[in-house]
Design a protein around this ligand. Structure first.
Ligand SMILES: Nc1ncnc2c1ncn2[C@@H]1O[C@H](COP(=O)(O)OP(=O)(O)OP(=O)(O)O)[C@@H](O)[C@H]1O
Length: 357
């Protein structure tokens, strides 16, 4: 497979992979990719992390690679720093959910920026395009999937597995289905260690193309518990211009990068406001917040979403799906992100090592 055909890598990662495909440890040897001495590359914030497979390289070779690769890859325009590291110990130990092709997290540095709404929008639109989609509402601080999907009901268990609820063709699991609202916080502590991993392992998801995981905002032990429970294929970060905080976004991205979860890109919510009368879009908070942030941290800006007062109202009433007509400006704005997710699905491999074949 040619490097260009590899989906799911950013442009800088692609360039780095192309360069690595042309480099070998010894003049007669396989390329670093074919020989799989380089396990993967992950770029965030203009920083390129090159993960060396310590099982396929001796210690002197690892040292040599660190010396050679840093200057070679730093020469790529846009790369500010190169970190050559041993392959990260996947905290999940490579745990995949049987039957689920891709697991993608939706994350934000701060609360209230529209993360749960984005998760629901993506799920509804992907399902509408014929994909088999699940949503795991892992935001145990404030589970909102029941409201967004307008779904309430008891979760049943069969043969030790919880059966997810289903709405608009999306399979759903949320703490909100298991506990009354006012009990969510009481359960939080015990959930992190024991309950949250069960949401990944003990749910009868069946066959899914993609499982979207709505994580809590910020960085916490809940995130680590989720990342330990299962291997994630990527994370989408959402922010709102009024609440843009470079540090919050960076902190989140560092967490994911260190655990070798690729950051797919940034979504700016509420960049503009949709007029309920004439349907025109007017910029909010100055129009370049998300674009500048994306540029500063070196991530693609995947979407800029308008604030639609009707959507806020509908979402609170469980009518989100009804508002998301095909010609809604928000649906149009989400198309590049939907394409990126579909590209990720084409990146056909169970492990990164296989991807690099
Ligand atoms: N593009 C939008 N247009 C209109 N309303 C929106 C939009 N995005 C989000 N909202 C509204 O903003 C509020 C917060 O959204 P949401 O619950 O998705 O945020 P969140 O980041 O998941 O928050 P938390 O961290 O508290 O879970 C909700 O009332 C939602 O309906």
């Amino acid at each position: 497979m040619s490097m260009n055909a590899q989906h799911g890598y950013s442009a800088l990662e692609q360039q780095a992979l192309e360069q690595l495909a042309a480099m070998a440890l010894s003049p007669s040897g396989d390329s670093l990719l074919a020989g799989r001495q380089v396990y993967d590359v992950v770029e965030t914030d203009g920083v390129l992390r090159v993960f060396i497979d310590t099982e396929r390289t001796s210690e002197p070779e690892q040292e040599m690679l660190a010396e050679v690769l840093a200057p070679a890859l730093k020469a790529i325009q846009g790369v500010q720093r190169v970190i050559v590291k041993p392959r990260p110990m996947s905290v999940s130990n490579g745990k995949r959910i049987s039957g689920v092709s891709r697991v993608v997290a939706v994350h934000s540095g701060k609360g209230g920026v529209g993360k749960s709404t984005l998760t629901a929008e993506l799920a509804l639109l992907l399902a509408r395009q014929g994909m088999r989609v699940g949503v795991l509402d892992a935001d145990i601080y404030g589970p909102s999937a029941p409201i967004l999907f307008g779904t309430h009901g008891a979760i049943h268990e069969t043969a030790g597995k919880m059966t997810p609820l289903e709405a608009h063709g999306v399979k759903l699991m949320s703490l909100g289905f298991l506990l009354p609202d006012d009990q969510a916080l009481i359960w939080r502590g015990s959930l992190v260690d024991s309950g949250l991993p069960q949401f990944f392992s003990d749910v009868a998801w069946g066959e899914l193309d993609i499982l979207l995981v709505d994580l809590p905002p910020g960085t916490s032990d809940v995130h680590l518990a989720a990342l330990q429970a299962c291997e994630f294929d990527g994370v989408i970060t959402i922010t709102a211009p009024g609440q843009v905080s470079l540090d919050d976004v960076r902190r989140g991205m560092e967490m994911f990068a260190d655990l070798a979860v690729p950051c797919l890109g940034l979504v700016e919510n509420q960049s503009s406001v949709l007029c309920v009368h004439c349907g025109t879009l007017s910029p909010l908070f100055g129009s370049e917040g998300g674009g500048l942030l994306a540029e500063k941290i070196g991530l693609p800006l995947l979407a800029r979403l308008p604030f639609d007062p009707a959507l806020a109202e509908a979402a609170d009433e469980g009518q989100l799906a009804e508002v998301l007509r095909d010609d809604h400006p928000l649906v149009t704005a989400l198309q590049p992100l939907l394409e990126r997710l579909k590209g990720l699905l084409q990146r056909k491999a169970q492990t990164n090592a296989e991807v690099l074949q």
